[in-house]
Design a binder for this molecule. Structure first.
Ligand SMILES: O=C(O)CCC(=O)C(=O)O
Length: 322
């Protein structure tokens, strides 16, 4: 029989070892995918520890991200988000104010496209994505993979919901929020990152009168929470949660910003995805240099994106910039 001393010196169990990996927002259930979904449904965001994604190769991702960011800042990589513009379309040159994002990480013209694609089509990530969307892995659609970087000067994003304009009435907001999102969106931090600010729970309700009349850059929205990510952590968030970005131009930021959809909702997602221009190159992408299982997954998801492009016609831009 074990004595008290023996018990206290026994090696920690797996659960004890990983207790601090799990952010407090994750409910205690034995199924981690379901736990993530419950937290996302409840709070509108969920942070997953780096330990859940052992195949993410942070060193290679940082290398690839630094090279592409340098190319974007110098005007060589044309797919960028420029200051002071919050929404697409963005110009292809940084101009005098510089950039805050790099678009199309998986574009075949990027010499490191496969490094980024390996993290986007990662088997474990796709399992989370399919549970969070509520579809099977066969129904997943390739969407966007971009990167949010340290802005070249002072910059912040206004409070917004990605897919609901600020002019929407309470009724319109609630109607849209009541519909399924048909995609999952995430930030994967390559360096510690505290730029995303959310109002937890706001993905399930219309804006309060305070939120509605607040300054677009209100620094203290009631209930706001800064989503703090350590390098390697992944935050999934509902793109219609009330959120903004607050950036520190002196601190390195390279956060991969991805979304994956489902064939069950391609018409709803078409404008959101295609306005970023991914349709122009995705059909040329062959994934030849991938290992076979990943190649098959990537091809199927790419085909679903190409189909979405064919059936949606001209989608235009949903530009909320003044
Ligand atoms: O910087 C971030 O993490 C937020 C980005 C964002 O809100 C957006 O692109 O709409």
């Amino acid at each position: 029989m074990a004595t008290a001393t023996e018990t206290s010196t026994a090696p920690p169990t797996f659960a004890e070892n990983h207790m601090n990996d799990v952010p407090s927002s994750l409910p205690s259930t034995s199924n981690p995918y379901q736990a993530a979904r419950e937290a996302l449904d409840r709070d509108g965001f969920v942070v997953l520890p780096a330990s859940l994604f052992p195949t993410f190769d942070l060193a290679s991702l940082r290398d690839a991200a630094s090279t592409l960011t340098a190319s974007a800042r110098s005007g060589k990589w044309p797919y960028i988000r420029t200051l002071p513009k919050q929404f697409p379309p963005w110009p292809s040159k940084p101009g005098e104010h510089g950039i805050w994002g790099v678009q199309h990480l998986m574009h075949p013209l990027n010499p490191s496209h496969a490094t980024f694609a390996r993290s986007y089509f990662d088997a474990e990530l796709l399992k989370y994505v399919s549970v969070l969307i509520g579809c099977s892995e066969e129904d997943l659609t390739m969407e966007l993979y971009n990167m949010l970087v340290r802005p070249d000067g002072e910059f912040a994003l206004r409070w917004h919901r990605d897919d609901i304009p600020p002019e929407a009435s309470d009724v319109e907001e609630l109607e849209r929020l009541g519909k399924p999102g048909f995609h999952a969106q995430w930030n994967l931090a390559l360096y510690d990152d505290a730029s995303l600010v959310v109002v937890p729970g706001s993905h399930k309700r219309a804006r309060t009168s305070f939120e509605r009349s607040a300054d677009p850059y209100e620094p203290n929205m009631p209930g706001q929470l800064v989503v703090k990510l350590q390098a390697g952590e992944v935050a999934f968030y509902n793109n219609n949660i009330l959120h903004r970005g607050v950036y520190d131009p002196t601190k390195e930021r390279m956060t991969l910003h991805g979304s994956i959809g489902t064939t069950l909702g391609s018409s709803e997602r078409a404008r959101n995805v295609l306005q970023h221009g991914v349709g122009a190159w995705a059909k040329e992408y062959d994934f030849e240099d991938f290992e076979p299982a990943m190649r098959e997954r990537a091809r199927a998801m790419r085909e679903a994106l190409v189909e979405m492009g064919k059936s949606s016609g001209e989608v235009g831009f949903y530009s909320k910039d003044e």
